[in-house]
Design a protein around this ligand. Structure first.
Ligand SMILES: Cc1ncc(COP(=O)(O)O)c(C=O)c1O
Length: 357
């Protein structure tokens, strides 16, 4: 065999996502950003020459990011999505075959995918039925010498709740190793740990343009920390990993950021409306959310509901796993029309179930 031994028995990672007319499964935005940023983008592109490696757009983008994040350039690095920044971070912390990361379960599925990709182990501390966890257990496991990184996602995907601030601060204070806080859903939750970067030398944050900035297909994410940590991570990265077209697009989004941030306010309103509507359906248990999606369950009917929605060309995510998320589904907040279609289809499903019984 030509490659790393641990790859032999690993399946090729696959994203099993249904493609339906109404996509409410990947926590994407329904707003296509091109119309919003077109003028800025085309104008900027006049000065961006892709026959060259370097362009002034990189500098302009860094300035816009400094303004948006409120921290100096020395405190962040951008790349192709939060995923790529996770990948780079995992490479930079992995020491040897015994190295592992500690995270919570259930949480973002691909922490595990990318840990395995770079040969970093991953160990989990389970969330309980309140989507809370034992901070003592977490710290104990993460204190193992072979644990090289702690990962916390808040608000957490797929449970949609905040982790406790108190527990996060305890983890940051008590662990003498990097603690990654994944703030992918920050623009919907409004809560960030960015202000604590100077206070905690081990704090690392990840953000993305895939959700609140309507640009999942752009592939743009940012890793944030103090200058020393950022320089270490940079040592593991290739020079020109971020294309100039992507940078120009990301810059144009930030130049028009108010439109996106206002749009998010609507998403939050629609999320809370949808939550209230779903709460009225007695067969459903829906959870309060600090993100752009809702976690819910229809108990034993969840799988047939999922399939019924698929038949009706509506794709949501089946996040059923383990004890606490058995029969749980996740739906992304979309346009008024999509949300209404989803709710109407839920009602239809339960009416049909009633007829059957
Ligand atoms: C918690 C979390 N982290 C990271 C990502 C990856 O984001 P990106 O599209 O920027 O790679 C996602 C995507 O759904 C996510 O939910």
């Amino acid at each position: 065999m030509y490659f790393r031994k641990d790859l032999n028995n690993r399946p090729v990672p696959k994203i099993s996502v249904p493609h339906k007319n109404t996509m409410m499964c990947l926590n994407e935005s329904f707003l296509d950003p091109f119309d919003v940023i077109k003028e800025t983008f085309l104008d900027e592109m006049k000065d961006v020459h892709v026959n060259r490696y370097f362009s002034n757009i990189t500098h302009k983008l860094n300035i816009e990011l400094e303004n948006y994040l409120g921290i100096p350039q020395s405190g962040f690095l951008f790349g192709n999505g939060a995923d790529e920044m996770l990948y780079n971070l995992f490479i930079s912390v992995r020491e040897n075959n015994d190295s592992f990361a500690t995270t919570l379960s259930p949480s973002y599925f691909d922490y595990s995918t990318y840990c395995k990709a770079v040969g970093l182990g991953i160990k989990f501390i389970d969330l309980d039925f309140n989507f809370d966890f034992s901070v003592d257990d977490f710290i104990q496991q993460a204190n193992d010498d072979n644990c090289k990184l702690a990962i916390l996602c808040t608000p957490n995907n797929p449970t949609s709740n905040f982790l406790s601030d108190e527990k996060i601060f305890r983890i940051l204070s008590e662990l003498d190793k990097p603690v990654l806080i994944d703030e992918t859903y920050f623009e919907f939750s409004g809560k960030t740990f960015i202000d604590f970067i100077d206070q905690y030398p081990n704090l690392i944050i990840i953000r993305t343009f895939s959700k609140a900035f309507s640009a999942a297909g752009l592939r743009f994410g940012v890793i944030i920390s103090n200058e020393d940590n950022i320089l270490q991570i940079k040592k593991t990265m290739t020079f020109f990993h971020s294309g100039l077209l992507t940078q120009t697009f990301a810059y144009s989004i930030l130049k028009n950021k108010k439109i996106f941030l206002d749009h998010n306010k609507n998403i939050i309103l629609m999320r809370d409306q949808m939550y209230n509507e779903m709460k009225k359906i007695s067969k459903i248990k829906v959870y309060k959310s600090a993100t752009n999606f809702l976690l819910f369950t229809a108990g034993e009917d969840s799988l047939s509901l999922f399939e019924y929605l698929m038949e009706k060309e509506i794709a949501i995510r089946n996040v059923s796993s383990g004890k606490i998320l058995k029969n749980h589904l996740r739906v992304t907040i979309s346009s008024h029309e999509d949300n209404k279609l989803f709710l109407d289809t839920l009602t239809q499903f339960f009416n049909k179930q009633k007829e059957k019984r």
